[in-house]
Design a protein. Sequence first.
Lengths: 233, 395
Amino acid sequence: MSDIVEAKGLTKVYRRGREEIHALRDVDFIVKKGEFASIIGPSGSGKTALLNVLGCLDTPTRGSLRINGIETCGLREHDLVKLRRDNIGFVFQQFYLMPTLTARENIELPLLFSHKNGKGAGIDGILEMVGLSDRGNHLPGQLSGGEMQRVAIGRALINDPKIVLADEPTGNLDSATSHMIFKLFEELNRQGMTLIIVTHNLDLARKAHKMYTLKDGQIEGCEDCSPNTDMMC
Amino acid sequence: MNFLTLAAKNLTRRRGRTGLTIIGVAIAISVLFSLLALNSGYEKELNKEVNSMGVHILAVPKGCPYEAASLIIHGGVIPKYLSATDLDNVTRIPDVELATPMLMHQFMKKDEKTGKSTPHIIYGIKMEDMLQLKPWWKVEGRFLEDNETRVMLVGRDLADKENLSVGQVLPVGPAKEDFTIVGILERTGDQDDQFHFFPLEEAQRVFGKEGKITTIAVKVREVSRISDVSEEMEKVPDIQVVTMTQIMGTIMNLAGSARSLLLTVIAIALIISAFGIINTLLMSVNERTREFGMMKAIGASGSDIGKMVLMETVFITISGGIIGTLAALVGSSLIESFVKGMLPYSPAGSLISFSPELVGFSLAFSLFMGLVCGIYPAFLSSRLSPMEAIRGGME
Ligand SMILES: Nc1ncnc2c1ncn2[C@@H]1O[C@H](COP(=O)(O)OP(=O)(O)O)[C@@H](O)[C@H]1O
Ligand SMILES: [Mg+2]
């Protein structure tokens, strides 16, 4: 299997006034195509920082990052936008749906930016996949938290990304709903989608193939969670 | 879905605020629109009235002993003369539509009954020019021909007073030549009713003033050019300029200062509304930082976001522009009566002149306003870092 995310020596330093905050320290991180990786770690350990860098929303201070074989270091903003658009789907803890758009329109939104408007059939397929076929015309305000997150996942999928990154996607959901959402992620993964998911919930994190533990900006451990194995990777 | 729908839907999120902003723009645009309409209407009407005076400027010889105004109103003998060269110089001034030479001659005539002498005035004129200056002239009988001899026209009042009729013959000049009255002017209501009119060359011949002119009457192409043209005329050495539109000119000046007041009002209204728009936009952009971050995370570029914000702005200003223009169209009569009460002089006709161009201008202006006001907020939001959204996830 080919490596779809290939990060070497990622370092991210934030500056807050004179203070330097090392959010990531020399992180190596590889995710293969079709893999399901989860990241856990205490608050402030750099999970979001890592996901942002992996998703090309933020540039690392040092290190190199290849997405789908493309070196992202030194790419201009314009090319980063294109790289994100073509390769990466994002899911956020707080859904970030547009309140004035229906579920269907929210899912369609990325098409507006990728100029692939009019992929109607794709939208229906995605609505079905996330289990919202009968909710397409509802506004976010009329949906439950779990349904909103499904819309957000649908939105992440519409541009046919290579990887989906999710930052605490169940952080705002109750446990039953969280499990449903993870079922959806597992289903996506079965269909071949590469997933990197940050979560606080150890049970859910173990549903991934590999679970990475982040602490103080460093990867402290990696647990292989595949059903038959129980060892460090 | 396209950007326009997205922008429109974004605006429905804060209906109250969007509505108020649109109203603000509508007010500014309706002020702009109605004041411009008023301005062009006022100018049009004033132009019409001044034009109906025919002659805009009179040139008389310098050092003329009579007071200019009285000269115009009552006529008078001018002991000095202008020449063909002066006429040429005047004709050559740009924006002079017509400059016609006239010779004024005055003589005293004793009234047979009372024994009193009264002054009579003869004008030597170029008939064709005169009819161009005073197209309202009508005649009983016929007008003069420029190359005719021993003919005259008389004014209605004069004809009544002296019991003159068409075909009658009068002795004229030192040699008491016989002149036939070929026409009597219909009443004009002004001093023309008192005068005799001869073909110019005939007048010059009879009174021994060959080639001499006492007055040059000038019509200017456009009323607004009167003062410029009369300034040019002052530069001709022999000429003293009397504008028939001195009074009108004063009015134009007053209207001019009224107009600059109007323009100030327009400018202030527009600036206030522009700041209102910018403020609203900055607020709404600020509120949506995370949303914009999200959009970037799902594939929007900075310019996509900027475009969306700009469209929201243009949506607001165009809506405001349409509403404002409609309101001005509906409310114009109100505004008109209000403004008529304010102006120092207002022509009789309708002051407000709406043209499709003006409607087009108003709408184009509201578009322009949207672009100008939207640029800064759009620029700010296009530069937002996409991290904002995801960072928001933790806090
Ligand atoms: N934009 C930023 N400016 C300054 N410090 C930041 C910024 N983003 C993250 N940090 C810091 O980097 C560290 C890692 O943050 P983060 O990745 O959000 O942690 P996590 O998501 O694991 O809770 C924290 O100490 C945080 O305060
Ligand atoms: Mg985080």
